[in-house]
Write a protein that binds this ligand. Structure first.
Ligand code: 9MR
Length: 524
């Protein structure tokens, strides 16, 4: 039976894209898959700043040239990705020694070489990538306060944003210029982005599109995606594209096979997304998937794409072919995704690993950011007067140069002792942050009397241990609201990722709704 073609099914709605990797030039089956299903290609990596200009004034265009030729030979639209980003940026720039004028020149030169070369061949550019920071909690209208602390921002100032769009427009006036970011379904990040784009647009900055990346998990509430579309479509003169869609269904731990249940659950999620996208088809220009198949995706351990390793279609593909029918055949069922775990009774001594009971690990691996960094395994113990936590963090590089503590490599601990009953008594509700260097913050609350902490580096990251005295006492079978977040700082001191045990909304700082549940047990 001939396989249905997504690009044909959605031809009156939006372009259907995927990533381009050089592999397609040698893999005939991959070429056939791209050609039959998709009509737009985004460079997954080869146009990124550090790859295309690895040394000052040395540009490596071969791979990008080959992509543009391939696309033109086979009638694909080409999307350029990306020009200004905080990751894989021009690492050879010495931030400390570069003046604003020099930085602006370097930015202009970078754009000039690339955009002039491909002028007229690129439908749209992801001009600015991921410029709003994570964890925005309030005051979203003041979007400048929420700009990510990036090398370009430090060297040029906040107006690097205006500059990069003006330069890009001058160089290729016909390309549609995008702001591209992940987690734009998050209410605060969505609002900050909305206000930023609105103000830029009204000030005459040539920005014409918002790219909602779309790195989701089946736990991501699907209505939050619709809420963002509803807001962004209020912006005049701004088109929307879904630029990097993929949906994971398992946790970060490596799994070897995708179970049938998970495959259906993922497909249902894709079906719901496409029902939403169809409702906004007048505003959505393109939907690009971030990966062709589960064997090569950047999140390959978690099966996020529409195709298996041999390019055969998964249920997710069938779900997108006909979302309504798929959801009729596979009706949604309510799922509770709240994590629950047990804390074991005992009083460990901080710094003495043998005294810790390491049997019931909490996996801190729900990634909140598109850049997937540090994760942790944590163990909680308790006695009648204190709660104890040991978190073993796996992370590649350690950095404490950021101003704010939770932008350093650190662990956030959230405690809501009495859960619902505690609204009027927050004596024992805490938000504690501890870095790999044992810097501690109680985030505005007074110090906890008797609190103790210990931190040490390990072969694959660092470990923190804390003792949190509890004034009201603890008792067996008590269930407490609890969460952990691991913050990963990159080599520039920019927080590049956050992973949690339970919450996926990014609102741990202001709401206990996303906390998981910890049960205090006596037994092992
Ligand atoms: O899929 C990309 C992966 O192969 C790279 O290793 C990684 C780092 O460059 O970037 C991935 O793509 C990112 C994209 O460029 C920007 N948004 C987030 C994507 C996932 O991290």
């Amino acid at each position: 039976m001939k396989m249905k073609q997504l690009k044909t099914i959605y031809q009156t709605s939006f372009l259907i894209g995927n990533i381009y990797t050089p592999k397609v030039l040698e893999d005939e089956a991959l070429h056939q898959l791209l050609k039959t299903q998709f009509n737009a290609l985004t460079a997954e990596n080869i146009m990124k700043p550090a790859l295309i200009q690895p040394k000052q004034a040395t540009f490596t265009f071969d791979a990008a040239d080959a992509m543009v030729d391939y696309a033109s030979d086979h009638d694909f639209h080409v999307v350029g990705h990306t020009l200004a980003w905080h990751q894989q940026t021009l690492d050879w720039i010495d931030e400390a020694k570069t003046s604003r004028e020099e930085a602006l020149n370097l930015l202009r030169e970078h754009l000039m070489e690339i955009m002039t070369r491909y002028k007229g061949k690129i439908i749209s550019w992801d001009v600015l990538n991921e410029a709003i920071e994570d964890g925005v909690q309030q005051d979203t209208k003041a979007w400048r306060k929420h700009l990510r602390d990036t090398p370009w921002l430090r060297m040029i100032g906040e107006d690097y944003i205006q500059h990069v769009f003006h330069i890009a427009h001058e160089l290729d006036p016909h390309a549609i210029l995008y702001y591209n970011d992940y987690n734009l379904n998050n209410q605060q990040k969505r609002e900050a982005t909305y206000y930023m784009v609105k103000e830029l647009k009204e000030a005459g900055v040539p920005i014409q599109g918002i790219g909602m990346q779309g790195h989701y998990h089946t736990n991501t509430p699907v209505q939050t995606v619709e809420e963002s579309l509803a807001l962004f479509t209020q912006l005049d003169g701004i088109e929307i594209s879904v630029t990097e869609l993929d949906v994971t269904v398992t946790g970060s731990e490596k799994a070897t096979v995708l179970s049938t249940d998970h495959e259906i659950e993922q497909a249902q999620y894709y079906a719901q997304l496409f029902q939403i996208y169809k409702r906004y088809e007048n505003s959505i220009k393109r939907i690009t998937f971030w990966g062709t198949d589960d064997a090569t995706s950047w999140r390959r351990e978690r099966f996020p794409t529409l195709f298996n390793q041999d390019y055969s279609p998964k249920q997710a593909f069938h779900a997108i072919v006909d979302p309504d029918q798929f959801l009729k055949d596979h009706p949604l069922v309510e799922r509770d995704t709240t994590q629950t775990a047990v804390a074991t009774h005992g009083s460990p001594v901080l710094g003495v690993v043998q005294t810790w009971h390491q049997k019931h690990p909490l996996s801190v691996s729900r990634q909140l950011t598109a850049w997937e960094g540090a994760t942790a395994k944590a163990y909680v113990m308790w006695d009648e007067v204190s709660l104890y936590l040991l978190a073993d963090v796996s992370v590649a590089t350690l950095n404490a140069s950021a101003k704010e503590i939770h932008h350093k490599d650190s662990v956030d601990i959230y405690l809501n002792l009495m859960q619902e009953q505690s609204k009027n008594d927050q004596t024992d509700d805490h938000h504690i942050t501890i870095t790999f260097e044992n810097e501690v913050s109680f985030n505005g609350k007074v110090d906890i009397k008797g609190f103790k902490s210990f931190a040490t580096t390990t072969n694959n990251g660092y470990q923190v241990q804390v003792k949190i005295p509890v004034q009201k006492g603890l008792f067996v079978e008590q269930v407490i609201g609890f969460d952990l977040q691991v913050n990963d700082s990159n080599a520039h001191g920019v927080r590049q990722s956050m992973a949690t045990w339970n919450d996926v909304s990014g609102r741990l700082g202001t709401s206990t709704a996303g906390f998981g549940k910890l049960r205090l047990t006596c037994a092992d």
